[in-house]
Design a binder for this molecule. Structure first.
Ligand SMILES: O=C(O)CCC(=O)C(=O)O
Ligand SMILES: [Fe+2]
Length: 344
């Protein structure tokens, strides 16, 4: 099979490394020398170099990956056969990384792929205590976790209460900044539970201009997503923002509200569009695959997992991570000694 192809909607790109242990074998010795949570930028660069060589060897146009966000030709890239999942520990059931550290290889490859698209990985102190790699799996910590980790996820962008880097010149007051991309690495997905996506391009084609115009008014307020321990409110922002000739979307079904009648009405129209099952694209991220989503031109969500969660070590398990443009990363408030954890 050809190692690169467009998906049927034409908005996604699939790149196949063809052998699931290839990157892993090339990386294993080097990765053991560094600690992921304290030296992520050493690891990202190291993995990026290995990926780069592999892409060049396969005669794939590297710029498709490196300019992924700037070109806006694709809204997501799915990398196939990135790592071997046959020796992974059991899926954790309480959101804590397992003691057996073999999951760190997929996490490192995820970091390297995010870095290959020109983004810097970083996390927020108020979410999962600042951990860079978050575990996505049905969790039994308590009833709230249980429900949150298995329910259908409605359309959203990550960190809906964050500003886009272009929205501020500098960040002296500690605004929350949203990531440009969001990555998922799949270790297990036995029930083929899909990550759902909705394209801004389609939203713009489908909604009347008057609704789009109302979504572009700064008449919306948002709050933190439920995975955060701290609450940051953001007021007076648009759902659709324009920077130069580009349009971006921030959205959350539950954390974004309209503050005026016209804003509420526009949001209602957008939700009607999103509720229509014909408008969703479903991506099943299979074990060994990494999905990188543009967090500014794409909304994402997830199938319901309630009937497919058994807490027996074989449940669906993904690792998630954020990627920031250099501008966004520079504007993230952070401490000198911990450059990958925003103090938010
Ligand atoms: O589980 C998925 O496919 C997506 C999860 C998600 O949206 C998230 O963790 O933010
Ligand atoms: Fe999400």
């Amino acid at each position: 099979m050809f190692p690169i192809q467009e998906n049927t909607y034409g908005r996604g790109l699939e790149i196949d490394f063809e052998s699931c242990s290839l990157l892993q074998q090339k990386l294993e010795k080097q990765l053991s020398l560094y600690d992921q949570e304290t030296q992520p930028y050493v690891i990202s660069e190291l993995v990026k170099q290995v990926i780069r060589n592999e892409i060049i060897d396969k005669k794939i146009d590297l710029s498709l990956i490196e300019n992924f966000e700037d070109d806006e030709r694709y809204d997501w890239i799915l990398f196939k056969n990135c790592f071997d999942t046959s020796f992974m520990p059991l899926t954790p059931i309480n959101d804590t990384p397992p003691e057996n550290e073999s999951w760190k290889t997929p996490a490192a490859i995820l970091m390297g792929l995010i870095s290959s698209t020109g983004h810097k990985v970083a996390s927020y102190k108020g979410e999962m205590r600042g951990r860079l790699a978050h575990m996505v799996m049905p969790a039994l910590n308590n009833e709230v976790y249980k429900s949150r980790s298995t329910k259908q996820l409605m359309p959203h962008t990550e960190i809906v209460n964050g500003l886009w880097p272009e929205e501020i010149f500098s960040n002296n007051v500690g605004h929350c900044i949203a990531p440009n991309v969001f990555g998922l690495a799949s270790i297990r997905n036995p029930a083929k539970c899909a990550t759902r996506v909705w394209y801004l391009e389609d939203i713009l084609k489908s909604l009347p201009f008057s609704v789009v115009r109302d979504l572009m008014r700064p008449e919306f307020s948002t709050t933190s997503q439920s995975s955060f321990d701290v609450v940051h409110n953001l007021e007076g922002v648009c759902v659709i923002s324009q920077f130069g000739d580009r349009l971006n979307i921030r959205f959350s079904y539950s954390k974004l509200k309209g503050d005026t009648i016209r804003a509420k009405n526009a949001l209602k129209r957008l939700k009607e569009y999103l509720d229509d099952a014909n408008n969703v694209d479903r991506l099943v991220v299979e074990p060994g695959q990494v999905l990188i989503l543009n967090n500014r031109t794409l909304l994402h969500g997830r199938d319901d997992l309630k009937n497919d969660s058994f807490y027996d070590g074989n449940d669906r398990w993904l690792i998630r991570m954020y990627g920031f443009s250099h501008d966004g990363w520079k504007k993230l408030p952070k401490k000198e000694h911990l450059q990958h954890v925003a103090t938010l």
